[in-house]
Design a protein around this ligand. Structure first.
Ligand SMILES: CCCCCCC[C@H](O)CC(=O)SCCNC(=O)CCNC(=O)[C@H](O)C(C)(C)COP(=O)([O-])OP(=O)([O-])OC[C@H]1O[C@@H](n2cnc3c(N)ncnc32)[C@H](O)[C@@H]1OP(=O)([O-])[O-]
Ligand SMILES: NC(=O)c1ccc[n+]([C@@H]2O[C@H](COP(=O)([O-])OP(=O)(O)OC[C@H]3O[C@@H](n4cnc5c(N)ncnc54)[C@H](O)[C@@H]3O)[C@@H](O)[C@H]2O)c1
Length: 315
């Protein structure tokens, strides 16, 4: 004890990180939240040979996640193993064998190398979950959030493992989008950061590194771009359809800004924008928009509600 008290704070931090899952050694992972993103992360983890436990609130949600994962793995297999259906089937079966679902994390947490959180975008909920997990997870376990817009540091401070905390931001649809943003807070240790980068590679994603700043890289550019498109339409400078056509054919984007906003959900876009505006009121790029607010107020959330900037046929 006397020996420890003589060590500098940085040495203590270094010692505490020696037990972190070493680079390239993340085999067992837990994904919290089996919605759109969590199901995709769990799927890719299982497809790439990780032992995955997907945790959500109840069995009904988990059954829906599992069905979505199964359908998506079939699509991946069809594409990857064209002309060899039996190899495709082996791929599907071995991926599914790597995936467990659970309403409680305890059993999996005893040996997990990594926890990736993908529950709804709510700071207090994320903090509460990580605080609970922190009390039971072994020292080696790295914690990460897939948040789109919340500061990683604000989530991490609910735990005692700031050196083993970071951001792992995936893109929708996770099985298709090749990018993974790996985010560090000032306290993230080098060993943790390297382990997250190596894991991104093992997940067959291309990783980029970013500090804990609003929107990281992609959303910091996408959200203001989208809002600039909305403001153009609000001013009557161009139509939504023409802006989308222009950005697809003139800038090579797979979706125009309005199509993309409807795809990710207008409620999500508004939530992100309002959060950033509240935190940075002088930043004109984050200014709210009447058009976006009116759509969300009238329940027009995009594809998921049947209408946003465009109308969609209900499936
Ligand atoms: C605006 C800013 C707001 C920010 C909000 C925050 C959001 C967040 O933080 C960041 C993001 O995610 S930002 C958002 C980032 N996201 C973007 O920017 C997305 C931009 N969009 C795209 O890249 C394309 O439009 C898609 C890939 C979505 C669809 O591709 P498409 O060609 O238009 O249509 P297709 O014919 O249907 O699909 C073709 C093939 O893709 C495959 N496949 C598809 N889904 C699959 C799945 N779930 N599983 C497995 N496979 C799947 C499949 O092989 C399929 O072939 P199949 O023979 O049919 O099986
Ligand atoms: N949708 C996107 O395009 C996108 C892209 C990148 C990142 N994200 C981020 O990923 C996270 C999840 O987004 P999503 O679109 O998958 O949301 P979603 O609403 O589809 O899924 C959230 C899931 O979390 C579950 N959940 C809620 N409370 C829980 C708890 N206490 N324990 C376990 N599970 C719980 C819900 O039941 C639901 O299944 C958010 O932080 C979001 O900002 C979203």
């Amino acid at each position: 004890m006397a020996f420890v008290s003589q060590l500098s704070a940085s040495t203590v931090r270094h010692l505490s990180t020696t037990s972190v899952a070493r680079a390239g050694q993340i085999h067992e992972m837990i994904v919290i939240g089996g919605g759109l993103m969590g199901a995709g992360i769990a799927q890719v983890g299982a497809q790439t040979g990780h032992k995955v436990t997907l945790v959500d609130l109840n069995q009904e949600v988990l059954d829906r996640s599992q069905a979505r994962i199964q359908a998506s793995i079939q699509r991946v297999a069809k594409k990857q193993f064209q002309g060899d259906p039996s190899a495709g089937e082996t791929f599907v079966q071995s991926a599914l064998a790597n995936l467990q679902i659970a309403t409680q994390p305890h059993a999996a947490l005893a040996t997990a190398d990594l926890v990736v959180e993908a529950v709804v975008e709510n700071l207090e909920l994320k903090r509460k979950i990580f605080q609970e997990y922190d009390a039971i997870a072994p020292a080696k376990t790295i914690f990460a959030s897939n948040t789109s817009s919340l500061p990683i540091g604000d989530i991490a401070t609910a735990t005692q493992r700031l050196d083993r905390f970071g951001g792992l931001h995936f893109f929708n649809p996770v099985p298709v989008m090749k990018l993974l943003e790996v985010i560090r807070i000032p306290e993230t240790s080098d060993a943790t950061f390297q382990a997250m980068l190596d894991w991104g590679q093992a997940m067959k994603k291309t990783t980029v590194k970013c500090q804990d700043t609003p929107g990281f890289i992609v959303n910091r550019i996408l959200v203001p771009t989208m809002m600039e498109a909305v403001r153009m339409v609000e001013r009557g400078d161009a139509s939504t359809r023409d802006v989308d056509t222009a950005m697809k054919l003139g800038a090579g984007h797979p979706m125009g800004p309005f199509e993309l906003a409807d795809y990710v959900g207008l409620d999500t876009v508004k939530f992100i924008l309002d959060g950033w505006h509240a935190k940075y009121p002088d930043q004109p790029l984050f200014k709210p928009s009447d058009m976006l607010n009116q759509l969300v107020d009238s329940g027009k959330f995009g594809i998921k509600s049947g209408e946003g900037f465009y109308k969609y046929e209900k499936k």
